[in-house]
Ligand binder design. Structure first.
Ligand code: FAD
Ligand code: A2P
Length: 375
């Protein structure tokens, strides 16, 4: 027999059971709903919801309980981390307008070498660069397979302030590649395109690239430059940074060291930027030295063509006195073919000073004082 009291008591006993069942249903539904919302968010934004790593959390928590350290942690900045690179890449190049394009050669010179300036002012993001970098040029047209031409690199010949000091142009020094094959004259694709473009033309530009040929920051560093032909391009930028008066006002870099340029050209008429270099010699006789090797007009001691490595040998003693000073940097730019000759000359020149070039060169390289860009 069930009394009324028993029925009530029995009912009351079931209440927690019913609550438990309801609670279970609710939490399961909530969890699923939350998961669905998170998944939808992830799909929409394409970002993964990254859980904080346990170790990172616990480290942060532990550090809270530790005594504060008196030393502030050192921020290790990668060398030249602030030098701009690849602002523009081949898939989305910047279309710069040609401002000027003129020959750098005198009457009777061999070949074609032009100074070409592009306007950068409409670039967004702004295509900025520093002395010693290169840019890529994508010539118009297609290759033999119907594909767009690949980019070619060119050393920047202007300072970051540009030839007009307004800070929104870049200049190049380009030799047209020409060679004979099976009795036919072959013209290089990009160098011919560049030598032929006219003011107002649009050119696809990439970059900037390169950290190998950057100048040191120190105003009292010594800069030895070994250039053949268009290898003068980065050196022109360095020399403008050092000796061009408006540029100096802009850059606030008061060069106090010694700059020594060894320049190789086939004929006097092929010497590049000669008037500017003579002006720097005149204005800064204690800071600038200029040694020319004019291969087809001068002879080396063996009666062969005079190359810059022959000039290096002639100046072995003075040059190695400079190299022994850790403030001296050496820059090599131009023909790849000159590298073995320069190495040989440096070996002999070092021997005369009782030094071993094969040991010294890697040391200079490691110290960031030996800079090579040949092509
Ligand atoms: P292409 O049409 O590409 O022809 C070149 C090809 O022709 C070669 O790969 C080779 O296969 C062939 N070839 C070349 N010579 C001969 C020969 N004698 N006989 C048979 N075949 C041959 N150049 C400058 O003028 N100024 C610079 O400041 C400059 N800076 C540079 C900086 C860097 C970092 C580099 C890597 C290169 C630089 N160059 C510079 C070279 C430039 O990038 C091009 O390589 C050059 O202009 C030739 O390109 P092109 O398109 O005219 O020749
Ligand atoms: P040459 O051509 O008389 O043999 P450009 O680029 O205007 O032609 O100038 C390059 C200069 O570098 C020229 O004087 C050229 O001489 C010279 N040159 C050529 N080959 C070498 C080499 N292996 N080492 C040093 N200089 C070289």
């Amino acid at each position: 027999m069930y009394s009324q009291a028993k029925v009530i008591a029995g009912g009351l006993v079931h209440i927690p059971l019913v609550i438990a069942v309801f609670y279970f249903i609710l939490t399961t539904f909530n969890k699923r709903a939350l998961k669905f919302v998170e998944e939808t968010k992830t799909k929409k934004t394409g970002t993964k919801v990254v859980e904080p790593k346990k170790s990172a959390v616990s480290k942060a928590e532990t550090s809270k309980t530790e005594q504060p350290k008196t030393e502030t942690p050192k921020v290790v900045k990668k060398k030249h981390a602030d030098v701009p690179v690849n602002i523009y890449r081949p898939k989305t190049p910047y279309e710069g307008t040609v401002i000027e394009n003129y020959s750098l050669l005198k009457e009777g010179a061999i070949g074609r070498v032009n100074h070409i300036t592009f306007d950068l002012k409409d670039s967004d993001p702004f295509l900025n660069y520093v002395e010693g970098q290169s840019i890529g040029i994508m010539p118009a047209g297609e290759d033999a397979n119907g594909k767009p031409h690949k980019l070619r690199l060119y050393s920047i010949a202007s300072t970051r302030h540009g030839d007009d000091f307004q800070g929104n142009t870049v200049s190049l020094c380009v030799r047209q590649l020409q060679y004979e094959k099976d009795g036919e004259t072959i013209n290089g694709v990009c160098s011919t395109y560049l030598c032929d473009i006219k003011p107002g033309d649009k050119v696809k530009i990439t970059g900037p690239v390169g950290k190998e040929m950057l100048l040191p920051d120190e105003e009292d560093s010594n800069i030895v430059m070994l250039a053949t032909g268009t290898g003068i391009a980065p050196m022109r930028a360095y020399l403008r940074r050092m000796f061009e008066s408006t540029e100096k006002e802009k850059n606030n870099w008061n060069f106090k060291g010694k700059a020594w340029l060894f320049m190789g050209a086939p004929k006097s008429a092929n010497l590049l930027y000669e008037e500017d270099l003579q002006r720097y010699l005149n204005d800064y006789p204690d800071n600038f030295k200029y040694t020319k090797a004019i291969s087809r007009e001068q002879q080396n001691t063996n009666g062969g063509r005079m190359y810059i490595q022959d000039r290096v040998l002639e100046s072995a003693n003075e040059l190695f006195n400079m190299i022994e000073d850790e403030k001296t940097h050496i820059y090599l730019c131009g023909l790849k073919g000159m590298e073995p000759g320069i190495d040989e000359a440096m070996t002999k020149a070092a021997e005369e000073k009782g030094l071993n070039w094969s040991e010294l060169r890697p040391q200079l390289k490691k110290a960031g004082r030996w800079h090579v860009e040949t092509y």
